[in-house]
Design a protein around this ligand. Structure first.
Ligand code: GLA
Length: 744
C-alpha cells in the first residue's frame, strides 16, 4: 500500500521507495500540507505549531484562539480571496460576481491504478505499479468541487498530480486560474532552477536562491516555448549533482504555462504550477468538468543527478508509449534540411538516400519544400500535396525507390500553420487565429490555424491520415514554426475567448492522439523550430523531439546538458551537421560533432556527397559505434561530470544493468600549458573491474600516447578517477567505453 490514512491525526500519507508526502485534514476541513521529502515515519503535524501572526486572519468559525491561519499554515491546494495572501491555486468567479475559492475537504478515496485525464496526455502505470488518491474539496459559495488527483508510483519515486474541477452548483462559473499543483516547502533554504533561452539556444540553466516575494517562469506564446522551459527544480541551497534535496516539477502541458515561486513572511516557499492564468478563462456550465494538466513531481535527496535519473526513467517508461519508443530504435536517419533547404527534389533525395546508406543510416527524411508551391518559407503551408515538378511520381514513387535501395522514408510536416499565399487560406481565411479589425502578426510569414475548432482538426486529420495511408512513411517530423499571437477564435462567443489558447492545445492533442494512435508503425518526432515545444505533453505522443535548430556541437553541449536535467537522452533529436556550422559559423572536428549527436538520437543533417571518402568512412564507423552503444546511451543512467564553467564537458552513460559505461569528453576551451584533464566516474560497481574496450580521440593536433593500462577497479574509477592525456586543437574530444569484467 503506498497510500495510508491514519484516523487519529487525520493524515493522508503517500509513500514511495525513498520519499514521503503527507497531508492532513485540518481544522474546518482545510487540507494542510505537512511534508514532502526523504522517507521518515509517523504523523508529522507537530512540525506546524499554532502561530499568531499579525495581519494573518483566522477563520471565523474557529473558536480556539488565533493560532491557526490559512496565511501561515502550509496548504495542499490554496484558495483565493480568503485569508491566505500567498499564491493561489484556483481563482473562480460566479455569476453573481463572487471571486475566489475557499476549499474544504468533502470526501476522499483511494483507487487501484493511475487516473487518466480527459483530452490531456498523462503518465500511465504499467501493470499495478501505481495507486490513485482522490481528495475532493468543495467551495460552498460557487458549488464547485475540486478533485485533487495523486498518482503514486512507489518504485519510481514519483507522485503525479492533476486536478478535476466540477461545477456541482446551479450557476455558470468562470475559471480564471487553475493550477495543476501547489507545493509548500515550509522550512529550509531553497534555490530555484529554471531553463531559459531563445530560438537556437534553448534550455540554458539558471540557478538562483529563492528571494522574498515572487519569481516565475512562464510562456504566453501558445506553446511551451524556446524561452522558458515549463520544467523547473527547487533544490536545497547547498544541493549539488550528488547530494541534497531536490524537487522536480514537470508539467505535462504544451501550451501557455506558468510556475510561480514565492518566499513568504515566515520563510516558507510555495510553488504553484499550471496553465498560465494571463488571458485565460474558462466558462463551466452546471454539471461540466474541467481537467487541469498533470504535473509530475519527483523528489531526490541524492542531488540533481538522482532527480534526473528518476525523471528520465519515468518519462521513458511511463509517458511515451512503448511501441512508439521501439520505433526509434536501430534506425539512424539523414534529414534533408541542412543539405538542401528548400531545394529538394526526387533526384536529390535519391542521391542523399544513397549517401545516407553509405554512412550506415537506414531512414531518409524529406524535410520542408516538398509540397505545393513551397520554394521558400513565404508560401504554401496548408497545401499538403507533393509538388509534381520536384516529385514527378509523388511521394509514393520516391518512397518505393528508396525502399528498393533498403532505405525507409520519413516526412516533414507543419500541420498547425497556414501561409496567406496558399489554397487553404484562400478557401478558409477564418480558420487562422486573428483578432477582428486588426491585421494579425506574421511569424516566418505564416499564420496559425485555430486548432480549437473541430472542423480544422478534422481537415488536418483527413489530410495527414491520407498521406500516411497512401505512402510508405515510417517517420514524421511534426514542426511548429511560430508563436501564437492575435489569439481570437472566430468560432467562440465573446465570453469564451479566454478559452481559445487552451482549446488550441486540446485540439493539438486530439489530432496528435488520433494520428499517432491510428498509425502506430510511424515514429513521430516533435519539433518547433528546434526546441520550441520540448515538453512532457509532446513526449507523450512523440518519444523524440528535435532539441534545437542549432546543430553546432559546442553550443549543443550547453543546450543538451540543460535539457538533460529533466528530459531523458532518448528524447533528444540530435544530428551531425556540416562544418563550418550553418548557425554559428564555427568549425569543429567531425568526431566531436558525432560525439555530441550521440548523446541523443544520432542522425545526419548534411550532404554525404560533400564529404571526403575518409570522412564518410569515419561516419560509417561512428554510426556502428552508436548502434553498438545505443541501449546504454538512451536507456541507461546519464551523469553530468562537469560544471557549465569548466573548460571541458564530460558526460557518462551507465547501462541500465551496469554492464558497461561510456565516457565522452569534449574540450571547449583549449589552454596552453593546461592542468591535467581529470574526471571521476560515477554509478559504477565499486567491487567490479572494468576493461577499457574502446579509447578514441578525435580532432587532436597532438599525438596521443597509448593507454597506460586497460583494466580498472570500479571504486578506483569513481574515487581516484581517471586522468586523460592532454588534447590540443580546436574542440577535440575523447570517447572511452569500459565493460564490466568480473566482481573481485
Ligand atoms: C524548422 C525546423 C528545421 C526545419 C525547418 C524547415 O526550423 O526546426 O529543422 O525543419 O523548420 O522549414
Amino acid at each position: 500500500m503506498s497510500i495510508e490514512y491514519r484516523a487519529e491525526r487525520r493524515t493522508l500519507t503517500l509513500l514511495t521507495k525513498n520519499s514521503v508526502y503527507q497531508m492532513q485534514i485540518g481544522p474546518l476541513g482545510y487540507l494542510l500540507h505537512l511534508y514532502y521529502g526523504a522517507r521518515c515515519e509517523g504523523d508529522l503535524d507537530w512540525l506546524h505549531l499554532p502561530r499568531d501572526c499579525g495581519f494573518s486572519p483566522n477563520p471565523h468559525e474557529l473558536t480556539e484562539g488565533r493560532g491557526f491561519s490559512l496565511d501561515t499554515m502550509p496548504q495542499e491546494y490554496s484558495g483565493s480571496n480568503g485569508a491566505d495572501f500567498r499564491l493561489s491555486s484556483l481563482e473562480l468567479e460566479t455569476g453573481s460576481g463572487v471571486v475566489g475559492a475557499d476549499l474544504h475537504v468533502l470526501r476522499w478515496e483511494t483507487r487501484p491504478g493511475k487516473y487518466a485525464l480527459d483530452g490531456l496526455p498523462a503518465s500511465f502505470a504499467n501493470g499495478d505499479e501505481a495507486e490513485t488518491l482522490s481528495v475532493v474539496l468543495g467551495d460552498e459559495a460557487s458549488g464547485v468541487e475540486v478533485e485533487l488527483l495523486y498518482g503514486v508510483f512507489y518504485e519510481r519515486d514519483v507522485i503525479t498530480r492533476a486536478v478535476r474541477i466540477r461545477n456541482a452548483g446551479g450557476g455558470v462559473v468562470t475559471l480564471r486560474k487553475v493550477a495543476s499543483a501547489c507545493l509548500d516547502l515550509p522550512f529550509g533554504r531553497w534555490d530555484f532552477i529554471r531553463f531559459h533561452g531563445r530560438h537556437a539556444m534553448e534550455r540554458q540553466i539558471e540557478r538562483a536562491p529563492v528571494r522574498s516575494g515572487l519569481q516565475s517562469t512562464a510562456s504566453l506564446r501558445g506553446s511551451s516555448g524556446h524561452h522558458n522551459d515549463p520544467f523547473t527544480i527547487l533544490c536545497a541551497h547547498d544541493a549539488t549533482e550528488d547530494h541534497g534535496a531536490c524537487y522536480g516539477l514537470m508539467p505535462v502541458y504544451s501550451g501557455n504555462h506558468r510556475t510561480d515561486v514565492e518566499l513568504d513572511q515566515g520563510g516558507s516557499v510555495r510553488a504553484v504550477a499550471g496553465i498560465n492564468p494571463d488571458r485565460f478563462s474558462w466558462r463551466l456550465l452546471p454539471g461540466e468538468c474541467f481537467d487541469v494538466p498533470e504535473l509530475i513531481l519527483a523528489f531526490s535527496d541524492e542531488g540533481l543527478t538522482g532527480l534526473s535519473h528518476r525523471l528520465h526513467r519515468f518519462l521513458r517508461g511511463n509517458l511515451s508509449r512503448a511501441e512508439a519508443r521501439r520505433r526509434a530504435e536501430d534506425r539512424v536517419l539523414l534529414n534533408s534540411w541542412e543539405a538542401c533547404y528548400f531545394g529538394v527534389s526526387e533526384t536529390r533525395m535519391l542521391a542523399l538516400g544513397r549517401g545516407a546508406k553509405e554512412l550506415g543510416a537506414g531512414l531518409l527524411v524529406l524535410d520542408d519544400g516538398w509540397f505545393g508551391e513551397r520554394c521558400d518559407d513565404r508560401r504554401a503551408l496548408g497545401d499538403w500535396t507533393p509538388n509534381r515538378g520536384k516529385f514527378p511520381e509523388g511521394l509514393s514513387g520516391l518512397a518505393e525507390k528508396l525502399s528498393e535501395d533498403g532505405m525507409a522514408f520519413g516526412l516533414w510536416i507543419e500541420p498547425e500553420m497556414v501561409s496567406e499565399d496558399s489554397a487553404l487560406f484562400r478557401a478558409h481565411p477564418d480558420w487562422a487565429l486573428r483578432v477582428p479589425g486588426r491585421s494579425p502578426a506574421l511569424g516566418r510569414d505564416q499564420l496559425v490555424l485555430d486548432l480549437g475548432r473541430e472542423e480544422v482538426t478534422e481537415h488536418l486529420y483527413e489530410t495527414f491520415a491520407a498521406l500516411l495511408r497512401e505512402n510508405d512513411i515510417s517517420y514524421v517530423k511534426w514542426d511548429m514554426n511560430r508563436s501564437l499571437s492575435d489569439v481570437y477564435s472566430a468560432a467562440l462567443p465573446p465570453e469564451r475567448q479566454g478559452e481559445a489558447a487552451h482549446r488550441y492545445v486540446l485540439g493539438l492533442y486530439r489530432l496528435l492522439g488520433r494520428l499517432t494512435g491510428d498509425f502506430p508503425a510511424v515514429l513521430f518526432e516533435g519539433c518547433s523550430g528546434g526546441g520550441g515545444r520540448f515538453d512532457a505533453g509532446i513526449l507523450a505522443f512523440c518519444p523524440q523531439i528535435w532539441v534545437s535548430d542549432n546543430t553546432d556541437p559546442i553550443a549543443r553541449l550547453r543546450i543538451q546538458q540543460g535539457a538533460s536535467y529533466g528530459y531523458p537522452i532518448a528524447a533528444f533529436g540530435a544530428h551531425v551537421s556540416a562544418s563550418p556550422n550553418h548557425q554559428t559559423g564555427r568549425a569543429t572536428p567531425l568526431g566531436t560533432r558525432c560525439l555530441v549527436a550521440m548523446a541523443g538520437s544520432f542522425g545526419f543533417e548534411l550532404d554525404p556527397a560533400a564529404l571526403s571518402a575518409e570522412e564518410r568512412a569515419q561516419l560509417r564507423e561512428q554510426t556502428a559505434f552508436f548502434l553498438r552503444c545505443r541501449e546504454t546511451i538512451q536507456q541507461g543512467d546519464f551523469y553530468r561530470l562537469s560544471a557549465e564553467d569548466e573548460r571541458f564537458c564530460a558526460w557518462q552513460f551507465v547501462a541500465e544493468d551496469g554492464h558497461e559505461t561510456l565516457l565522452t569528453l569534449v574540450l571547449k576551451d583549449p589552454e596552453a600549458n593546461p592542468a591535467p584533464l581529470h574526471v571521476c566516474l560515477k554509478g559504477l560497481d565499486p567491487q567490479a573491474r572494468y576493461r577499457l574496450e574502446c579509447r578514441d580521440f578525435f580532432g587532436c593536433r597532438n599525438p596521443i600516447p597509448e593507454a597506460p593500462r586497460t583494466v580498472f577497479g570500479g571504486a578506483a574509477l569513481m574515487h581516484a578517477g581517471l586522468t586523460l592525456p592532454q588534447l590540443l586543437g580546436d574542440y577535440p574530444c575523447a570517447r572511452l567505453l569500459f565493460v564490466k569484467e568480473t566482481c573481485k
